[in-house]
Design a protein around this ligand. Sequence first.
Ligand SMILES: *[C@@H]1O[C@H](CO)[C@@H](O)[C@H](O)[C@H]1NC(C)=O
Ligand SMILES: *[C@@H]1O[C@H](CO)[C@@H](O)[C@H](O)[C@H]1NC(C)=O
Ligand SMILES: *[C@@H]1O[C@H](CO)[C@@H](O)[C@H](O)[C@H]1NC(C)=O
Ligand SMILES: *[C@@H]1O[C@H](CO)[C@@H](O)[C@H](O)[C@H]1NC(C)=O
Ligand SMILES: *[C@@H]1O[C@H](CO)[C@@H](O)[C@H](O)[C@H]1NC(C)=O
Ligand SMILES: *[C@@H]1O[C@H](CO)[C@@H](O)[C@H](O)[C@H]1NC(C)=O
Ligand SMILES: *[C@@H]1O[C@H](CO)[C@@H](O)[C@H](O)[C@H]1NC(C)=O
Ligand SMILES: *[C@@H]1O[C@H](CO)[C@@H](O)[C@H](O)[C@H]1NC(C)=O
Ligand SMILES: *[C@@H]1O[C@H](CO)[C@@H](O)[C@H](O)[C@H]1NC(C)=O
Ligand SMILES: *[C@@H]1O[C@H](CO)[C@@H](O)[C@H](O)[C@H]1NC(C)=O
Length: 599
Amino acid sequence: MCIVLREVLYNTMMISDKMKVATEFCNLLFTTTSVILLFSGLGVDSMAYDYFSTTECMREPQRAQYGGGIIVNPGFDHNIESWTVFGNGTIEERISNDGNRFIVARNRTQSLDSFSQKIQLKKGLIYVFSGWFQLSEGSDTVSVVFKLNGSEMVKGGHVIAKNGCWSFLKGGVVANFSSSAQIHFESNNPNVEIWGDSVSLQPFTKKQWRSHQDNSIERVRKSRVRFHVTNVNKTSLEGAKIVIKPTKPNFPFGCGMNHNILNNTEYQKWFVSRFKYTTFTNEMKWYSTEKIQGIENYTIADAMVEFNRRNGISVRGHTIFWDDMKFNPVWVKTLSPRGLRKAAAKRINSIVLRYKGKVIAWDVMNENVHYRFFEDKLGENASAIYYSKAHELDPTVPMFMNEFNTIAYSGEKIASPANYVKKLKEIMEFPGNDRIPFAIGLQGHFSQGQPNLAYMRSSLDFLGATGLPIWLTETSMDPQPQQAEYFEEVLREAYSHPAVKGIIMFAGPAQAGFLGTLLADQNFTITPTGQVVDNLIHEWGTGPTHTLISDTTGIVDISLNHGDYDVTVTHPVTQYIQNLNLSVNKGLSHQNIHVKVHA
Ligand SMILES: *[C@@H]1O[C@H](CO)[C@@H](O)[C@H](O)[C@H]1NC(C)=O
Ligand SMILES: *[C@@H]1O[C@H](CO)[C@@H](O)[C@H](O)[C@H]1NC(C)=O
Ligand SMILES: *[C@@H]1O[C@H](CO)[C@@H](O)[C@H](O)[C@H]1NC(C)=O
Ligand SMILES: *[C@@H]1O[C@H](CO)[C@@H](O)[C@H](O)[C@H]1NC(C)=O
Ligand SMILES: *[C@@H]1O[C@H](CO)[C@@H](O)[C@H](O)[C@H]1NC(C)=O
Ligand SMILES: *[C@@H]1O[C@H](CO)[C@@H](O)[C@H](O)[C@H]1NC(C)=O
Ligand SMILES: *[C@@H]1O[C@H](CO)[C@@H](O)[C@H](O)[C@H]1NC(C)=O
Ligand SMILES: *[C@@H]1O[C@H](CO)[C@@H](O)[C@H](O)[C@H]1NC(C)=O
Ligand SMILES: *[C@@H]1O[C@H](CO)[C@@H](O)[C@H](O)[C@H]1NC(C)=O
Ligand SMILES: *[C@@H]1O[C@H](CO)[C@@H](O)[C@H](O)[C@H]1NC(C)=O
């Protein structure tokens, strides 16, 4: 029996890889290579994402998304009909030089004074908000606020609006009870006018939301593969059995780890059988490696790095510095600026050179949107300088920012997506930093209550519009009755977003002290939340094994997760078995494998 492999590729970038696989495979079968690679055209790779976002400030706003959804008169084509004043001040329609009509709130006296519309929220629905904003002067944060049931104020997202151009605000709210609501806007300085246009609020059911996720996963994380089995004389072979066994998923879905891994064999077994990516929760932090000034001790971090090397697990470096003063070694807090500069230079050299080549990424300055310990002591460009230094020491791996609340809490103003991008741009624009491979780290700690998936997706859209890779670096869900359900929602949301390139959870077994997002109890019995994680590991990567039979045309079609597979093709009569290794990559939107079999 012999098998010929033919592939229809839609992306030239993958050719050399595929050629290698195919050639190796055929060398096994023929003394002369007879692999045919057919290129049926260069891909309009349908990776485009439905969800529009931009971090740019535009001369004119775009049209309202979803035609405005449940918002009446979303583009102010009918003057300010259906809009009312919220708080003090007046509202009016204005027309730009280009003839665009928009709304203006002026003579404001409080931050919440703005234009407003009454809406009805239904329990269980997910509402996506978007709109374009501008201020009459300067630059400041504008937030969308939902006043629920006459009293409760829930923030749905933020943007930095400016004078002279329109900024795009995206966010939303998940209704956990049905009520009337008022949508309105906030900006701290009441002396400026708020201008708005193309306002939209679109509801989705949870079922629709899940189907968006599934469609996106199909496009972003999977490819359709066609096997065509024929006899040597090229007639189709019906009834061939094709078994496709996943061996290595492409998507990094990992888990945090702590020092207990070193001497707890059950923890080791639990971890190694599940994950290929990790971050140490505390063991690489400065307060762990240099408790006393001048006395470095890497014993534990070294042993953990070695454990992961032995087990083929990739480690993210976390974290060189931390901009929150309270998480620095005690002795660091009282150093003079000169002393700090010296100690920090030693620290960055020490840890980066020690683990260069052993870590796949660095968190450089943790939480530098929320905090500014180093900026306060060393100057405005402190973060930028340490990113530059880290890259100089370890030039090949991505350098991350790493913030909390940015996608997890719609009330967060300081580390909002807009402020995150602002800080990131400052660091990127620092002289020389344009060569650094930057990446966006989002801790993703979710607290009580339903996760606001509308806000999470909008935030990922906004951050993804930078074009940089995004990782969820410390994903967790606070203990609560629906923890498992909510955690699954968050993980699926992240996995389905095309800008997300990796997910690490800060979670684990009770014996290692992970009591927040507990995946296995004291006896290593899997918790409901642990079961969600195990199911997703299976669904996204290591399972299931597919067994398929070729039809009358010799064809088998299947959609496979990106990753590596062992494939066996069995002849229906002779039972002759042929193996092949297959890599399914995102560069391929269709893959057509022509398998030729003869006894
Ligand atoms: C503005 O509204 C507040 C209550 O929201 C009220 O106390 C205040 O008197 C109003 N100011 C003016 C100038 O109308
Ligand atoms: C209202 O605001 C406009 C500018 O937006 C200003 O020219 C006008 O004086 C204000 N009126 C009052 C009563 O403050
Ligand atoms: C909504 O407001 C009404 C009247 O104030 C109150 O009785 C009701 O409990 C509120 N509902 C929720 C879900 O907060
Ligand atoms: C709805 O969610 C909000 C915000 O998380 C919370 O404050 C409120 O108690 C919840 N209400 C209900 C009825 O669950
Ligand atoms: C092709 O090969 C198969 C299997 O060897 C054989 O059964 C079939 O008759 C052949 N068909 C033609 C058209 O030669
Ligand atoms: C394992 O090591 C940790 C410190 O890394 C220590 O606290 C713990 O007691 C050790 N456990 C065992 C069973 O040796
Ligand atoms: C370094 O840390 C390890 C683990 O905590 C400890 O056993 C060892 O004594 C320390 N070494 C020094 C020189 O302090
Ligand atoms: C910070 O860097 C910018 C260049 O990105 C430079 O213009 C500015 O002067 C620097 N600020 C300080 C305080 O060094
Ligand atoms: C673990 O097992 C022991 C002995 O079987 C039992 O007493 C204990 O309740 C179990 N703990 C948990 C958290 O299930
Ligand atoms: C497939 O790859 C495995 C290693 O992952 C190797 O052992 C095996 O020989 C390969 N099979 C073929 C048919 O190339």
